[in-house]
Structures are given as C-alpha cells and as structure tokens.
Design a protein around this ligand. Structure first.
Ligand code: BES
Ligand code: ZN
Length: 603
C-alpha cells in the first residue's frame, strides 16, 4: 500500500500504519555446525503515530537483546516482549520506542528447524563435499530468519553482510558488492523497496556462468554446465517481456539452480530466481518455469499483492505473462499447449475444491496462506486476464497492462485497488465491451464464468487421435506417432488416457515397453507416469517411485504422489516406509505438508 495506509493482513502482527520498517541492515554468521544464522538486524523505522510500539513478526527466533537509537547514534538497551506463539503466525515481538528513536538493533539467532531455511548435509548436494543452506521466505517464513514486519504491504530496502566458511559462496536477492573474491565475507545491497517475502539467501559451493551481459546462472560445479545450456534462452525471454511490458527494472537477472530438495519449482527472488534442478530436462522443455519467475519481475515484485488474499494479483498475472513470453519466444502452438494443460488442471482442481476456495479474492483468515496456493489464483487468474485480452483486443490490453505496471510500480496493492484501476483505465472506456466480462463473477464467485475463454491446442487434438487409435486396438503402442512429440504432448497424452480410463497395468506395461516411461529423465513426465503407476498398480515402476521420492523434494511432485499412495492401506504402508527414510531430507515446508497427508506423528 502507499505510505501510511494499510490493508488488513490477517497473517501479520505488524502495525505498519503506526510504525513502518523502511530499511534493514542485516549481518550474520552462517554456522553450518549448529545449523543457525547468528547476528544482528538493524531496522530503520518511520514513526507515523508517536505513541505506538514497533511490532514485528517472528517465528522461533532466539532474541538476545534489543537496542534503539535516533539515527544510529549511541544505541541504548531497550525492553521487548515476545508474545505467545501461534502455530501459523509465530509470535509478535513488541518493542516500545523512546521519543525520536528510529533505529532498532536486534541481536538474535535462528533455530535449526527454522521454517524458512533448509540446511543440507554434503550428501544432499550435487558435489557431495560441502554443506548448503538456502532460504524460502514466501509466504510467511521470512519471520523465521529475520525479525521484521512480515507482510507484503511493507516494502524495505536492505543491506547485508554474510560470513560463511571460506570455500563457500553466498548469494542474495540483491546486488553483490563483493566482486568475485571468494573469501567467506560477502556484502549485498538491494536499493529498490521489496516486500519481506522476497528477501533470500543461499550459501554453498556455487559456480557462476554468464548467459548474456545481464543474465547468468549459479549452480554447484557438477550442474553448472548443464544448467547454462538449458537456460540459454533467458536473455531472449527478458527482451520479449520488456517489449511487452516495459523495461526490466532490477538490473541483473540471474538464476540459482538449487539442490533437488528445493520445495518449489521456482521462486521469484528479485535479481536472482531460485529454481529446482528438476527443470533441467536436457531439451529446454521445462523452461516455462523461467518465463514464469521472470514475469514476476513485473507482476509480483514490481506490483505486489498487499495481503495473501490478493495472491492472484501475483500468480494469475504471472501465469498470463508467462504464456505471453512463451508465445513470443517459442511461438503460438507452445502457448496453446501450456494454456490447455493449465485449463485441464484448473477444471480438475475445481471439482476437488469447496466453493469458497474457488474465489480469486479468497478469504484466508485463520488459515495458513500456503493453503491459498491452488490452481485458482494461477489458472483462474490467468484465464480472467485472457478473457479481458480477447474481449478488448491485444493492443489495448497490452497497453493497459504496461500502464498498470508503471502506475503501481514498487507498490503493494489490494484486489480493490486493481478493480478500481481496471474500471477507470479499461472498462469505462468501452462499456459495450466491458458488459461482456463479468468482472465481479471472476473475482468474487466460485467456478468459472460460462463466457470464459476455452484455450485449446490443435497439436493436442492430434495426440488424442493417436491415443484413440491405440485404445481401439487399431495400432500397437510402438506405432503411435510419438517421434516429434514435445514434453507437453506427452503430458497431454498421459493425462488423456486417465480420463478415457485407458490405462490399467497391462496398458501401462505396453507403453513402458515401447517408450521406457519408467526411466524418463523428464521430471514432469516421470511424475505423471508414477502417479498413474500408483493408480493402476503398475508394479515395475515401484523402484523408480521410491528413487523419485527419496531424491526430489519438490512439493508439487511429492505431495500428490504421497496422497495417491495413501488412498489404499498397502499404499499407505509403502508411503510411510519411504517417508521414514526421506523425511529428514525434505524441506520444513514440504515436511509440514506430507506430515498432514500421512497423519505423521513420528512413527
Ligand atoms: N511464488 C511462487 C512460489 C510460491 C508460492 C512459494 C506461494 C510460496 C508460496 C512461484 O512463482 C511459483 O509459482 N512457482 C511454481 C512454478 C510455476 C512455473 C507455476 C512452482 O513452484 O511450482
Ligand atoms: Zn509464481
């Protein structure tokens, strides 16, 4: 939100309309032995209402002492209280401020199980020699490693100094001020104001390879060459996005390829996207993830959701932009396939969700904001924008979006602010066209409006035809014309078989023999195949399933696989046997989800 105003954020204890954090100076030692960050955070605050204390969000932080000062001159000891801890929100840290005080220095350390950090043993890395640590702050995990106002409507600039073992390199979502020296002492600066969920750090044996003058990739030594090859279209994507939506405003755009326990596909940390290594398919077929995280540099990082109920402003816009980037770089047929896959996922999700959870402007009060991370904000949000695009025409809609990013640049906005802007700058300019888009239904009602676009792909229609010929017994699996199929066509083929009930263990065996799907090195195809293997009790895939679940920690893959296993008593036994071994290698965020799926209580 703009200065002073505040939207109600149910996921933060902070009081930014009274006291607002503006800048952070962070200073840590990264202690791998103890699995903690230890150091200080100096907060520069703006006092809007003089009598109020500063209220910060924390989760499991060990606060040693707090000091305050005016302009950083002569700090003096301050009192503070840590309130009682809520399972979802953590605990408020309240610091009364003397008159004129505008700096607060907090001495603290994290705990080894901090929800926003994952500490990896050398065995969990590609290099196997050095430990690794990385952060994941979205949605409300920044508070587990930084005591700050952990709400997306508070934006801060930051400086950081990070000391690590000498062999290791630290990277952050910020400008690196330490040049190329690898001496275990690194400095960073983020000059643009960003929300706390975009503050990020990773430390490990990392190498860098430039992709263009302003883009590059970081990864562990065994992965760096493959990563650089796979991601070599990154500059083209930046250029395409700039053409559509205006200049990239963050300086560099680098990608950090993490070890496989990274719980997400990607995370749009500014200047430095964090990515799962499972996108390295060898044929660039999964780089839509880069288009997505890059798009967040406009939708999300530049114009940010003010609260987590406005999450669709981040993810719906980004999913729409992602497909526009793919179309610009790889052509319309690719965009059509991705959109059609997205629509299928959306329809499936809608059959599973309760009505209130199908609303873009979702009510998340009292819930974990990660519960709102369904296909609704992503795919329904994107479909809504596509509806606007198709109704008003590309030229007008592109101009509108570019204007929107400029108008709200470096601000955090609510859904209401978006709809007011939409009305004024698009709908009211052409009431006849506006009448065709039921904006209120899109934003405040469950389901999908009947007038919604129906993305379809002609390539997929051909895939379905091939599949039917095989199912009718007209051709053997080996004769299905798969030679030129892309990953997206394979995914569509496999998903369509499920719908037509055309799988079954025998069918799966035939496909496996012809196409070696159990051995597929493409993570998306392997995931879809393994899901079908569980459903159809296709046992030859069991070892691969076990390997997949014990080496990959990406929640989007492992959660549905555990859920599918848990549907039968034998499956649940197998799931528990695997989870017993894998649990300690998963990220705390993934552990929380899988514990739920398997009703884990330490068996
Ligand atoms: N910002 C999200 C990841 C996220 C969302 C983290 C909510 C924590 C809470 C990121 O941009 C994202 O959407 N990642 C997707 C990949 C994308 C291609 C759809 C993912 O990780 O699967
Ligand atoms: Zn996203």
């Amino acid at each position: 939100m703009a200065n002073g105003q505040a939207a109600q954020d149910f996921h933060s204890y902070a009081n930014p309309s009274a006291v607002r954090v503006r800048h952070l100076d962070l200073n840590w030692d990264v202690l791998f032995e103890q699995k903690i960050l230890k150091g200080t955070a100096v907060l520069t605050v703006e006092r809007i209402s003089q009598a109020e204390p500063l209220i910060l969000d924390t989760r499991d932080l060990k606060i040693e002492k707090v000091e305050t000062s005016a302009d950083g001159v002569a700090y003096s000891a301050a009192t503070f209280t840590v309130g009682s801890s809520d399972k979802i929100l953590g605990a408020p840290l309240t610091i009364p401020l003397p008159a004129k005080a505008n700096r607060v220095r907090i001495y603290y350390s994290t705990v080894p199980g901090a929800s926003g950090l994952q500490w990896l043993e050398p065995a969990q890395t590609a290099g196997k020699k050095d430990p690794f640590v990385f952060t994941q702050s979205q949605a409300i995990h920044a508070r587990s490693w930084i005591p700050t106002q952990d709400t997306p409507q508070v934006r801060v600039t930051y400086n950081a100094r990070v000391r690590t073992p000498r062999r290791l390199l630290a990277v952050m979502s910020a400008e690196n001020l330490s040049g190329t020296a690898r001496d275990g002492d690194y400095s960073f600066r983020m000059r643009q104001p960003i929300p706390s969920y975009l503050i990020a750090l990773a430390v490990g044996d990392l190498r860098f390879k430039a992709l263009s003058a302003r883009t590059g990739v970081y990864a562990e030594p065994p992965v760096i060459d493959l990563a650089a090859k796979e991601l070599s279209d990154t500059e083209k994507m930046v250029v395409a996005t700039e053409r559509l939506y205006g200049p990239y405003r963050w300086g560099r755009y680098d990608i950090l390829v993490l070890p496989p326990s990274f719980p997400y596909g990607g995370m749009e940390n500014p200047r430095l996207t964090f990515a799962t290594p499972t996108i390295l398919a060898g044929d660039k077929s999964l780089v839509s993830l880069v288009a997505h995280e890059l798009a967040h540099s406009w939708s999300g990082n530049l114009v940010t959701n003010a609260t987590w109920r406005d999450f669709w402003l981040n993810e719906g816009f980004t999913t729409y932009l992602e497909r526009r980037i793919l179309e610009a770089v790889y052509g319309r047929p690719r965009e059509e396939m991705e959109a059609a896959l997205g629509l299928r996922d959306l329809n499936e999700e809608i059959t599973a969700l309760e009505d209130p959870d199908e609303i873009l402007h979702i009510d998340l009060k009292g819930r974990d904001p990660d519960d709102g991370s369904t296909d609704i904000p992503y795919e329904k949000g994107a479909l809504f924008l596509r509806h606007l695009e198709e109704t008003f025409g590309r030229a007008r809609f592109d101009q509108f979006l570019k204007g929107y990013f400029n108008h709200f640049a470096f601000q955090s906005i609510t859904t209401e602010q978006f709809t007011a802007y939409l009305k004024q700058n698009l709908l009211d300019k052409d009431p006849a066209l506006a009448a065709r888009v039921p904006v209120d239904d899109w934003i405040n009602k469950p389901g999908i409006p009947a007038s919604a676009p129906k993305p379809a792909s002609s390539a997929f229609a051909r895939v379905e035809e091939e599949g039917k010929r095989w199912l009718r017994g007209e051709i053997p699996a080996a004769k299905i014309l798969t030679a030129r199929w892309t990953t997206q066509e394979w995914l569509h083929f496999l998903k369509s078989l499920e719908v037509s009930a055309g799988s079954g263990a025998a069918r799966m065996a035939e496909l496996d023999q012809a196409f070696h799907l159990t051995r597929s090195g493409n993570s998306e195809i392997a995931f879809q195949w393994l899901l079908m293997a569980i459903r159809n009790r296709y046992e030859p895939a069991n070892p691969r399933l076990e390997e997949f679940l014990t080496t990959i920690g990406r929640r989007k893959f492992i959660k549905p696989l555990y859920e599918e296993l848990a549907k039968t008593p034998e499956g649940k036994e197998r799931a528990l046997a695997i989870y017993r071994r894998a649990r300690s290698t998963y990220h705390p965020i993934a552990v929380a989800s899988i514990d739920d799926v398997l009703n884990w209580s330490g068996q």
